[in-house]
Design a protein around this ligand. Structure first.
Ligand code: 1HN
Length: 345
């Protein structure tokens, strides 16, 4: 009994009927002393998923599926449609001659090309050819369709901010009337206008996503190579570059940050932890991921790995070859909200 004579259970029932509840029951979980991601560290093996993706290719066409994708489902998250608390990841397949029809949505997407020749994606009718290791952005609300002019399957990793946009209930989606958005040009045109350290004289472009939407691996690899030979190695991430928006120097996408790291062989980085959750895949070599409290995981090319936020970790190359890792995370959101924290060492 309390001083007012109400039994605690009765009190909670009365509150519940009034759609209210006592904060003191849940304060510690509502405002935890430090982040506790629902996601768990996990590896998706390319050797296991590639055959399943090809099997999907026999079950359904890209046209029927709209997007023929295997979602990567974090085993720690109920509902299993997301790879971290805020991010989505999937593996997409497109066969020669197929079309993934034009649509647009407010969710931002990235493509990281894993395998195949002749694939392409178009953003508002500007075509980007897809080669292994290329990073391609589909900005929020831009029309996009994919195709394959080659003679074998093309596969890539999709990264989207779907869970974040669902949380905000800010999602819209539209189908284009045509399968393909009318062709207008190529990603190279855009590079010549906004890349090369050159920009249009007058700034008429708004928008929070980089106008450059294709970052070919050839150029990224060259930059990493130069950093490694110049000895410009970050103690935590090796030689590292992030994909940038040339208009403001920010991340290429407003909600997802992406970068590429080259870890020299036999080199031991220091550990870090940060509030963002990271999805990574291996481009070259066979790096090991060490996360505190977990068994180290040796990765093969195209394996996908998730490091949930606020876990102390590092990625290191083996003894015989350098490793190259592509990664994306929700870091830009943490930064914009003033929530980003990291602990180095
Ligand atoms: C989407 O539009 C694509 O355009 C891929 O290729 C994956 C996952 C969720 C929602 C939209 C694409 C997607 C997606």
């Amino acid at each position: 009994m309390t001083t007012t004579g109400i039994a605690p259970d009765r009190f909670r029932q009365q509150l519940s009927a009034l759609n209210a509840a006592p904060l003191w029951d849940v304060l510690a979980t509502l405002v935890p002393p430090q982040p506790r991601s629902n996601a768990v560290p996990n590896v998706w093996r390319w050797a296991q998923l590639r055959p399943q993706l090809l099997a999907a290719g026999e079950l359904i066409s890209a046209e029927e599926a709209e997007r023929r994708v295997l979602m990567l489902c974090n085993p720690g998250i109920v509902g299993r449609r997301q790879v971290t608390d805020t991010l989505y990841a999937g593996l997409q397949l497109i066969h020669p001659g197929e079309s993934a029809r034009a649509h647009r949505h407010s969710q931002s997407a990235l493509r990281f090309v894993l395998e195949g020749e002749g694939g392409f994606t178009s953003v508002d009718g500007l075509r980007a050819d897809m080669r292994r290791g290329d990073f391609i952005v589909t900005p929020s609300w831009k029309w996009h369709d994919h195709g394959n002019d080659g003679d074998g399957p093309v596969m890539w990793l999709d990264g989207l901010d779907v869970p974040l946009v669902s949380f905000l209930q800010a999602g819209f989606r539209e189908e284009h009337e045509a399968v393909r958005f009318p062709a207008r040009g190529s990603a190279e045109q855009v590079f010549h206008r906004y890349g090369n350290g050159l920009l249009p004289l007058e700034r008429r472009d708004a928008g929070s996503t980089s106008p450059i939407f294709s970052y070919p691996y050839e150029r990224t690899r060259e930059s990493l190579e130069q950093l490694v030979s110049a000895g410009e190695i970050d103690e935590y991430r090796g030689a590292v570059v992030r994909y940038a928006n040339p208009l403001n120097g920010d991340w290429a996408m407003p909600s997802i940050g992406a970068w590429m790291q080259c870890l020299p062989k036999r080199w031991k980085p220091l550990h870090t932890r940060s509030t963002d959750s990271v999805v990574l895949t291996v481009v070259e070599g066979t790096p090991t991921i060490e996360i505190d409290g977990e068994v180290p995981v040796l990765l093969q090319p195209n394996d996908v790995f998730v490091v949930p936020g606020w876990r102390r970790w590092r990625a290191l190359a083996g003894d015989t070859e350098d490793a190259v890792i592509f990664a994306y995370s929700d870091r830009p959101v943490h930064e914009k909200l003033g929530l980003y924290r990291e602990q180095l060492g």
